[in-house]
Design a protein around this ligand. Structure first.
Ligand SMILES: [Zn+2]
Length: 207
């Protein structure tokens, strides 16, 4: 009588173990894909190869806000003040180390998660983003999207956002996935991938 060797060699528990290994592998794969897709970078930045992006070596780290961003920030503060909405710029340029320290919050470090973005992956790291908050008359700082301090029936936060957009900023509150309501940035058409490789918008770039 012939023996079915392949069946005989793989006992039922061994087959079950194999199936379990396969499903664990699939779960890990799905988790990795999920993490990749949830990061707040354009899909092209995540998936496209580096072809066509010139890599510049030894580019010094950015040490100040881009002059156009700085000028537009000042214009925004003035326009908001004129509308009866004093604002506070809470953050501008952030070094890669500062960004990584922020990323550790709620992960290796205590507290809650404050950013989804690691050092080098934020427009703040290239002097191309600022964060704002509202200021009340008695000097309190507010992150309240509904506050109407100038009593015109419109949320001050959204009035500031509209002014900022008019000046050429894009708003982190429009991001799907992880909206970042205080965040205003000007990318001048540069992707994070390009900036990471040393490309820099010219000082005279228009928003
Ligand atoms: Zn920001």
């Amino acid at each position: 009588m012939k023996t079915n060797y392949s069946y005989a060699r793989q006992s039922a528990p061994a087959l079950a173990r194999k199936a379990k290994k396969r499903s664990i592998f699939l779960l890990a794969l799905m988790a990795a894909a999920g993490i990749l897709l949830l990061r707040p970078l354009p899909l092209a930045d995540k998936l496209l190869p580096d072809w066509g992006i010139e890599s510049k070596k030894n580019v010094p780290p950015v040490d100040k806000l881009h002059p156009v961003v700085a000028a537009k920030q000042a214009e925004l503060e003035a326009a908001a003040r004129k509308a009866g909405i004093p604002i506070l710029i809470t953050d501008g340029l952030r070094t890669v180390e500062e960004q990584n320290a922020l990323y550790r919050k709620g992960r290796e470090d205590g507290g809650s998660v404050v950013t989804q973005v690691q050092g080098g992956d934020s427009y703040h790291n290239y002097g191309l983003a600022v964060d704002f908050a509202l200021k009340t008359k008695d000097g309190k700082v507010l992150w309240d999207l509904k506050y109407d301090g100038n009593r015109n029936g419109k949320a001050d936060w959204m009035e500031v956002v509209a002014l900022a957009k008019g000046l050429g900023f894009s708003w982190g509150g429009d991001w799907s996935g992880f909206p970042d309501y205080p965040h205003l940035q000007m990318d001048f058409g540069y992707s994070i991938r390009e900036l990471k490789r040393g490309a820099r918008p010219p000082e005279t770039a228009s928003p």
